[in-house]
Design a protein. Structure first.
Length: 128
C-alpha cells in the first residue's frame, strides 16, 4: 500500500506595493512562503506594471520592480548580509512590519505536502 505524503506546516505572507502609505491602498504583487520542515523558503513576484501605473502614475515602477526582485534572491540566500542569515531569520526579516511602499501582509499558516506547489497556488489565487 503506498504511503500518503506527510503534510508540513508552512507560513506565508503576501507581498504588497503600497504607493500611498497614508491611504493604505495596495496591490498584491507576490508571496513569500517558508516551510521549516521541508527546508523551503521561496518567493514569487508577479508585478502588474500597468495596474500599478494606474494606481500610482508618479511611482518609479522600474525601481519598485528592482526592489521586488531582491526578495526571491534573499530567500535563496544571496551574498547580501541578510541573505546569509538562516532561513527562519530571512523569512522573519522579510515579513517584518514596515511603513514603506513595499510591505507584507500579516503572516498566515497552513499545511501542505509540496511547498513549491503551494507557493504557485497562493500566487495564482492571491496575486494573479
Amino acid at each position: 500500500m503506498p504511503t500518503k505524503p506527510t503534510s508540513s506546516s508552512f507560513d506565508y505572507a503576501i507581498v504588497r506595493v503600497v504607493p500611498y502609505v497614508e491611504r493604505e491602498e495596495f496591490i498584491n504583487v507576490g508571496v513569500i512562503l517558508f516551510c521549516r520542515a521541508q527546508n523551503f523558503l521561496a518567493a514569487q513576484i508577479e508585478l502588474d506594471r500597468q495596474r500599478l501605473m494606474i494606481l500610482a502614475p508618479h511611482l518609479d515602477v522600474a525601481r519598485v520592480q528592482a526592489l521586488l526582485e531582491l526578495i526571491p534572491c534573499i530567500c535563496a540566500g544571496n551574498k547580501s548580509p541578510v541573505g546569509q542569515l538562516s532561513q527562519a531569520e530571512r523569512f522573519h526579516w522579510l515579513v517584518n512590519v514596515r511603513s514603506t511602499s513595499i510591505q507584507t501582509s500579516p503572516v498566515h499558516s497552513g499545511l501542505c505536502t509540496n511547498p513549491a506547489a503551494m507557493l504557485d497556488h497562493l500566487v495564482e489565487t492571491m496575486v494573479l
